[in-house]
Design a protein around this ligand. Structure first.
Ligand code: NAD
Length: 407
């Protein structure tokens, strides 16, 4: 499903840009796809094999970059699709990387901390032959954490015999992680939204689907900037408050109760109702396929921001575009995360570390520039914003591929 959506988006964009045959060919298959067994000695003494993957989809613009996912539903096909997506995302935000992705078929919640460490070190031993600071640089994704990045970095350093922080990003600060990385995805999305609001005049009433890492920081940043959060949800349900949520109180309730729908004085709503609220901006920060052909006609927001990956299906996309509901697509809206990962890698290679303000200013400059580059294509080619972002990315990948390969 995920790869089908990515392919559909690619085909749509290709109608608006002439690619060299070399580019078309090299985008058809991943450059490398590694599938390997990870033997892990469990705490009870038995040996268990886990299936690990690493895919380097395309490296026309630089070393491949992308997270590692720990989830029972991981498959090689999904990892390939996500690696393709990273190729587009890195090109949209114009960082010198190609796209990669990794994963392990595992429910990490069923492992002890020691088992998780052995699994993570085992993943790195399996992937080390294609990973490297100038080859392929992993990062966290679903259910992988800075601690896991630290174990993997340490394992890689043991393999190559030197301290090698630049092999992986999303590390703890003590091991070369970047200041600002923890909320970079939300901050990038915030900068993009602020630019969008300058172009598409909309009001300040917002709703956030998915009060997790990305969604909560985004809610905080927008409230601090004068927006009113009237709707919010997490996996347990949603809440509506016409006068607007107080961020501090909302965060406290989420920490204490593990849910947002018990906010005092707010009306409980379902996750579906949250998507249908009469708001100016809807932030999608939960899961893929939240807005589909079945519910798109009920979505009233004038602007939708995809902090999650793939929250709007292609058929829903077409409807929203026809209705002039503006979308900031995932490959642009959530690219702040990989952008600050790139900053982390640069700092590691230099051995020189920036202040949080430095990081955030550099991120703002990137987001503003690439939002406007995408918006210009949206206007000049009269396409939707997602197609515009793909056209921008494909143009950059095409240029690099031609310079490398064309006779
Ligand atoms: P997270 O697990 O911290 O948060 C996800 C939130 O969504 C949780 O609060 C969960 O309760 C909620 N949720 C789940 N199902 C829901 C539903 N049906 N309705 C409403 N809420 C629901 O994850 P995150 O790191 O914030 O990531 C969210 C999305 O953003 C994912 O798609 C992720 O791939 C994408 N993303 C995150 C980053 C990052 O740096 N964190 C970077 C790029 C993309």
């Amino acid at each position: 499903m995920v790869f089908e959506n990515a392919e559909k988006q690619l085909e749509k964009a290709k109608k608006h840009i002439k690619l060299a045959s070399e580019t078309e060919e090299t985008l058809k298959l991943p450059k490398e796809a590694l599938s390997f067994a990870i033997p892990v000695r469990m705490d009870n003494g038995t040996l268990k094999l886990f299936q690990g993957f690493r895919v380097r989809y395309n490296d026309a613009r630089g070393p491949t970059k992308g997270g590692i996912r720990y989830h029972p539903n991981v498959s090689l096909d999904e990892v390939k699709a996500l690696a393709f997506w990273m190729t587009i995302k890195c090109a949209v935000i114009d960082i010198p990387y190609g796209g990669g992705k990794g994963g392990v078929i595992v429910d990490p919640h069923k492992l002890s901390k020691a088992e998780l460490e052995r699994l993570s070190r085992g993943w790195m031993r399996g992937a080390a032959r294609i990973v490297g600071p100038y080859r392929d640089i992993p990062a966290p994704d679903v259910y992988t954490t800075p601690q896991i990045m630290a174990w993997m970095m340490d394992e890689y350093s043991l393999i190559v015999g030197e301290h090698c922080p630049a092999v992986i990003t999303g590390k703890p600060i003590s091991l070369g992680g970047s200041l600002g990385r923890g909320y970079a995805t939300a901050l990038g999305g915030f900068f993009a939204t602020k630019e969008a609001v300058k172009k598409i005049k909309v009001g300040k009433k917002i709703a956030v689907q998915g009060f997790g890492n990305a969604g909560a920081h985004m809610a905080r940043l927008l409230i601090e900037d004068g927006f009113t959060l009237v709707g919010v949800s997490d996996s347990k349900g949603g809440a509506y408050l016409d006068s607007g949520f107080d961020y501090k109180k909302l965060d406290e309730i989420k920490q204490k109760e593990g849910r947002v729908d018990v906010y005092p004085g707010a009306k409980k709503i379902t996750n579906e109702e949250l998507l249908e609220l009469d708001v100016d901006i809807l932030i999608l920060a939960a899961l893929e396929n939240a807005v589909t052909k079945d519910n798109v006609s009920k979505v009233k927001a004038k602007m939708l921001v995809e902090l999650a990956n793939g929250p709007i299906t292609p058929d829903a996309d077409d409807v929203l575009h026809k209705n002039k509901q503006f979308i900031i697509p995932d490959v642009l809206a959530n690219s702040g995360g990989v952008c600050v990962s790139y900053f982390e890698w640069v700092q590691n290679l230099y051995g020189h570390y920036w202040t949080e303000d430095d990081v955030n200013q550099k991120l703002e400059a990137k987001m503003v520039k690439e939002f406007n580059a995408t918006f210009d294509i949206y206007k000049s080619k009269n396409v939707d914003m997602r197609t515009a972002a793909y056209v921008l990315a494909l143009g950059r990948i095409d240029e690099a591929t031609k310079d490398k390969m064309k006779l």
